[in-house]
Design a protein around this ligand. Sequence first.
Ligand SMILES: [Zn+2]
Ligand SMILES: [Zn+2]
Length: 148
Amino acid sequence: MANTHATNEAWLTGRCLCGAVQLQVSHERPAIGACHCSICRKWSGGPFLSMECHETPVIRGEEHVGVYDSSDWAQRGFCKQCGTHLFYRLKEGGFYALSAGLFKESGNWPFTLEVFVDEQPGNYAFSNETKRMTGAEVFEQWTPKQDE
Ligand SMILES: [Zn+2]
Ligand SMILES: [Zn+2]
């Protein structure tokens, strides 16, 4: 692990409010997605803005990470010291959605995707041009394909 580094891969580091937890992930093209589902809004106070990644992030301070089972298939992680929301992850398959706010560079990332738009309340709307998916479309995408 020590001296290996792949070219074209940028390591991004996210931190919680108190700094007890650091998340590192390599991502060539980070982008932001929003989830409007009722669970994310209860968890975040509004739509959950995150960066999707398909590899497990390197977590420093893992002993400070609390994990909550928010559904049969997914979990949400938070810092037990300061309460910062860290990630949403699927229990299987290695999918993570890392909270965009952890990364100071996230203000420069394109905002490209909105999911669970069928659960979006009518009192707010983003003006960004995004791909918009309903909950049913998201679940369909997660269903393993025949040839995989
Ligand atoms: Zn913290
Ligand atoms: Zn959600």
